[in-house]
Ligand binder design. Structure first.
Ligand code: BTN
Length: 241
């Protein structure tokens, strides 16, 4: 990883900045961008990721020359979610973190962290993978539209953001060097398996029961007629119905 670490007080979004850096530079090594605050942090489906100053950890990692292999990316997303949740468990041993497929981290029914992976295609035909991670640590006040959805971890312990970042990065580097899949660790922490869920697929929503997470990270559900269906992507909009 050498020393490609860029630290900012405030940026629009580390993910956007990572794309601009990818556009202008030919990187040889993975690079990390971390900031205290984001004005335009975003998550999947273009949603805003609220990122106030120093009450959370917001960073992106650029992996240059990523081979564009979709199934590989999906498993990577799962592996990174497991890495982040395990490091959080180490820092906050009393909290019961759960994963909402694919890669949101929850505490009770509130989201505390999100992960996004973007593929950035360069004009020279190569691709960079950009992984963005946002964790709400001590954020207390959320904008109205998030009050019922997100929370800060606010554990009993006051943790050091730099140490948290260092441990997550270390695990991601190790994983990058010798990838191992963590599907069982993922399944154990799932907050949807066996539950009645509502999943949004494009513009339609479907009520079903979450059956299992496949070896490729896809989700298999049973619909109301008893048919099994497997999805590579989708948004769980409700748990229990
Ligand atoms: C999601 O909730 O769907 C993913 C949220 C990802 C947020 C992180 S914060 C650092 C990086 N920069 C961004 O703009 N987004 C990611």
């Amino acid at each position: 990883f050498s020393n490609n670490l860029l630290v900012f007080k405030k940026v629009d979004s580390t993910q956007k900045l990572a794309k601009r850096i990818s556009q202008k530079n030919t990187l040889k090594e993975p690079s990390i961008i971390v900031t205290d605050e984001q004005t335009k942090g975003y998550g999947r489906h273009g949603r805003h990721f609220y990122s106030p100053s120093v009450t959370g950890l917001y960073f992106s990692i650029i992996f240059p020359n990523w081979s564009n292999n979709l199934s590989k990316n999906e498993l990577l997303t799962i592996d990174i979610a497991v890495i982040v949740i395990k490091v959080l468990e180490r820092f906050f041993p009393d909290e019961d973190f759960k994963l909402k497929w694919v890669n949101d981290i929850y505490l009770k029914n509130f989201k505390v962290a999100g992960i996004i992976t973007d593929i950035f295609s360069k004009t020279d035909g190569s691709n960079n993978l950009i992984v963005g991670i946002g964790i709400n640590l001590t954020t207390k006040k959320f904008p109205k539209y998030l009050v019922h959805k997100a929370t800060g971890i606010n554990g009993q312990i006051n943790i050091n953001r730099n140490k948290l970042l260092a441990q997550i990065l270390q695990e991601i580097i190790d994983h990058h060097r010798s990838p191992k899949h963590f599907l069982n660790d993922y399944r154990k922490r799932s907050m949807i398996l066996g539950k009645k869920i509502t999943i949004q697929l494009g513009n339609s929503v479907m009520k079903c029961t979450a059956q299992r997470i496949e070896e490729n990270g896809y989700l298999t559900v049973k619909d109301r007629f008893g048919n099994l269906k497997t999805y590579s992507a989708g948004e769980i909009v409700r748990i229990k119905w």
